[in-house]
Design a protein around this ligand. Structure first.
Ligand code: SF4
Ligand code: F3S
Length: 112
C-alpha cells in the first residue's frame, strides 16, 4: 500500500505534509503535490497534518485514479522537502469539488 494525495490538494498546496515525511517522498506539481508510492513507507504521519484533508491511504475505496496520478507524476515532478507559502487564494479552493477536471495541471512545480 501507500498513501496518496487526492483532489483536495489542488490549488490549496499547503505543504505542511512535506515537513513531516521521514523519507522525503513528496513531489511538486504546479498546483498540487503527489507521493511516490514506491518510496512511501506507510507511516501515516502526513495524513493528519494536511489542513485540506487531502492525504489518504490507498486502501480506502475509490482512490484508484489518485494512485495513478501519484504514480505517474511522482516520476516527473521535482522533489519537495521544505514547506513553502500556500497560494494566496488557497482558502477559496479548500473543500471545492471537481477540482481535477477544472484545474489539474501536469506542469511541474519548482521543488525546493
Ligand atoms: Fe511520507 Fe509517511 Fe506520508 Fe508516506 S505516509 S508520504 S512515508 S509521511
Ligand atoms: Fe497538499 Fe495537504 Fe500537502 S493541501 S501540499 S497534501 S498539506
Amino acid at each position: 500500500m501507500t498513501y496518496v494525495v487526492t483532489e483536495a490538494c489542488i490549488k490549496c498546496k499547503y505543504t505542511d505534509c512535506v515537513e513531516v515525511c521521514p523519507v522525503d517522498c513528496f513531489y511538486e506539481g504546479d498546483n498540487m503535490l503527489v507521493i511516490h508510492p514506491d518510496e512511501c513507507i506507510d507511516c501515516g504521519v502526513c495524513e493528519p497534518e494536511c489542513p485540506a484533508d487531502a492525504i489518504k491511504p490507498d486502501t480506502e475505496p475509490g482512490l484508484e485514479k489518485w494512485l495513478e496520478v501519484n504514480t505517474e507524476y511522482a516520476k516527473v515532478w521535482p522533489n519537495i522537502t521544505q514547506k513553502k507559502e500556500a497560494p494566496d487564494d488557497a482558502k477559496d479552493f479548500d473543500g471545492m469539488e471537481g477540482k481535477f477536471e477544472k484545474f489539474f495541471s501536469p506542469a511541474p512545480g519548482s521543488g525546493d
